[in-house]
Design a protein around this ligand. Structure first.
Ligand SMILES: [Ca+2]
Ligand SMILES: [Ca+2]
Length: 253
């Protein structure tokens, strides 16, 4: 009897350990989507690039009347992109007038987080001398209504600010969501009613560039795995019991 109980406990413990291992395995952090904006086949021309992500899927667009093409990410200290010789960044210019349209102009990214949680966003941003010195990160769970999140990125003239990280792990509404959207928009100087130029003077033709826009997330563990594992554990238990029964029979004969 003691032997049976010990076996039973051992089998259940093994099954539980296996279940935990599988759950942990399915929750590995991964890059969901990334834009490096580089031409997939290097063409030695940073002014040509792509809006298609190099990892995963998603869409990016300029918003609030901004325009632009692609520009090099290999000046101003360089972005964090390891590409050499053909490193493109998403260029944006034609920003609002000095005292107009606070937090409306910049870039917007849409990435489905279906099946994902613990969403973290990273990006590199370059500030020209007359661009807005302050950029605001915002997220949306419905693709329409945006919420300011985190500290503003504060620019330095003609310089890359790399690996700006916004951890949305505490924002449950952006988990498992096909409408997850984030944007980076120009913001009035703190306490002021207009934009501050990165180098002092603001102008609508100042430019921001973006590179290595990255969404990391963890896969949500799949509950469907659990019944299967419980079944496996019971199967092992039955097999062990029948082996013990056979063994008992053999001893009696
Ligand atoms: Ca290129
Ligand atoms: Ca790049």
């Amino acid at each position: 009897m003691t032997l049976h109980l010990t076996n039973k406990v051992a089998v259940i413990a093994a099954g539980a350990a296996l279940g935990i291992a599988v759950l942990q395995g399915s929750a590995q952090a991964a890059t969901l989507t990334q834009w490096n904006f580089n031409t997939p086949v290097p063409d030695a021309n940073p002014a040509t690039g792509t809006l298609i992500p190099n990892i995963g899927t998603g869409t990016v667009m300029r918003i609030g009347g901004t325009t632009g093409t692609f520009a090099t990410a290999e000046d101003g200290g360089m972005s964090s992109d390891p590409r050499v010789g053909d490193d493109s960044a998403l260029d944006t210019t034609t920003y609002p007038a000095a005292t107009a349209l606070n937090k409306t102009a910049g870039v917007e990214f849409k990435v489905s987080t279906v099946g994902q949680q613990n969403v973290r966003v990273n990006f590199d941003q370059y500030f020209s001398a007359t661009s807005s010195k302050f950029s605001q990160f915002q997220y949306s769970s419905d693709g329409t209504n945006f919420v300011d999140f985190g500290s503003q990125v504060v620019g330095s003239v003609n310089t890359w600010s790399n690996n700006n990280m916004f951890n949305l792990s505490s924002i449950l509404g952006v988990n498992d969501n096909a409408n997850f959207t984030f944007r980076i928009v120009s913001a009035f100087a703190p306490g002021a009613s207009g934009y501050a130029g990165t180098g002092g003077t603001y102008a609508t033709d100042g430019s921001w560039r973006f590179d290595m826009a990255t969404v990391n997330a963890d896969a949500i563990p799949t509950p469907a795995l659990l019944p299967g594992l419980v079944g496996m554990g019971l199967g092992l238990l039955r097999k062990r019991k029948s082996e013990v029964a056979e063994l008992s029979g053999a001893e009696q004969s």
